[in-house]
Design a protein around this ligand. Structure first.
Ligand code: 13P
Ligand code: SF4
Length: 324
């Protein structure tokens, strides 16, 4: 059954500040079809904070940062989970709710951090640092998680590292997240050389220029940014933490040093806040579109599968994180 024109119009009301009216007709047919397909197939869409507003605000059922998506994936009751995000997020959903069909609309939606390390690299780190626990960022493949003691996200990394009760910890693979956590704890952190291709491009000079051009602007940064950037920001936190900060503090003017769609999605909720928009696009997140979400639901593609032995070991590391 098609969605009524008034439903689609009320959806447009929600996003009119960030989607120009001329673009809306290109989206409304796919939105209408996706809402109907979700009902027909008993499916839910989980969308990361970096998804574009027509996905995030118009078809997603559950939105959030990597930690929230993992937690909520566990409790999904529907038959199908469509992960509007990148591949490691879809794998995490499958690990935590293995009985469900998990679909990723584009198999090429990867992550430079996940690509920076393999399972054999983790084994080599263990040989090099015997007895030191391995904390692995969720932005990794299931095979890498399977070699790890515990996972973390940008939202809980400090709590995870401090839960270990050890003087040293290996944090893989994001060098900058590791160094940003090292600055907040007495635990010695051993890092890897992986970087997020989006956040590594921000510099302290960017922040200084922004402060000069927009006096009084509040600068929020993701902890995947280099430590020198985090040091000059007013606050650093996960995508959910940045969004909460805007809601709590209501800065008159704010800049989010992160992926571009974040500002659009948060701006929809906070019309009174002025968002300054230098940002970097994540090409992997941008592979997900309304058209391929629709095709995923119509053609049941691409089904996420994980080798059962790898899945058991990877699940242990993710569940251990969720228990912290
Ligand atoms: P969050 O967990 O903060 O949403 O970050 C995920 C991510 O990929 C950031 O680049
Ligand atoms: Fe990976 Fe960076 Fe894209 Fe996040 S923004 S998915 S860390 S490449």
């Amino acid at each position: 059954m098609p969605v009524s024109i008034s439903t689609t119009a009320s959806l447009y009301d929600r996003v009119r500040r960030v989607i120009p009216p001329i673009e809306w007709p290109a989206f409304s047919d796919d939105i209408d079809a996706i809402l109907a397909l979700k009902r027909e197939r008993n499916a839910v869409i989980l969308a990361h904070n970096y998804q574009t507003p027509e996905i995030f605000h118009c078809v997603a059922d559950i939105v959030g940062d990597s930690l929230a998506l993992a937690r909520k994936a566990m409790t999904v009751d529907a038959d199908i989970i469509v992960l509007a995000g990148v591949h490691f997020m879809a794998e995490t959903a499958k690990l935590l709710n293995p009985g469900k069909t998990v679909l990723i609309p584009d198999l090429g939606a990867g992550c430079s951090l996940a690509d920076s390390i393999t399972a054999s690299d983790v084994r080599l780190m263990r040989q090099r640092y015997p007895g030191v626990p391995v904390v692995t960022y969720v932005n990794t493949s299931a095979a890498v998680k399977a070699e790890s003691d515990i996972c973390c996200t940008s939202g809980n990394a400090l709590a995870v590292v401090e839960s270990l009760g050890t003087p040293r910890a290996i944090m893989l693979p994001d060098e900058y997240l590791a160094r940003n956590i090292a600055a907040q704890t007495k635990i010695e952190i051993i890092a890897w050389k992986g970087h997020c291709e989006v956040h590594e491009r921000f510099t302290p000079a960017d922040i200084r220029e922004l402060r000069e051009a927009h006096p009084g602007v509040t600068v929020l940064a993701h902890p995947e940014c280099p430590p020198e950037v985090v040091a000059e920001a007013d606050f650093a936190g996960s995508t959910a933490a940045m969004s909460d900060y805007v809601g709590r503090h209501k800065p008159a003017r704010v800049v989010l040093m992160t992926e571009c769609s974040m500002s659009d999605n948060v701006a929809v909720e906070h019309p009174d806040v002025d968002f300054v928009r230098p940002c970097n696009l994540c090409p992997h997140m941008k592979r997900i579109t309304l058209a391929n979400i629709r095709a995923a639901l119509q053609q049941n593609r691409h089904v996420v599968t994980i080798d059962p032995d790898v899945a058991d070991r990877a699940r242990r590391a993710v569940e251990r994180m969720l228990a912290v």
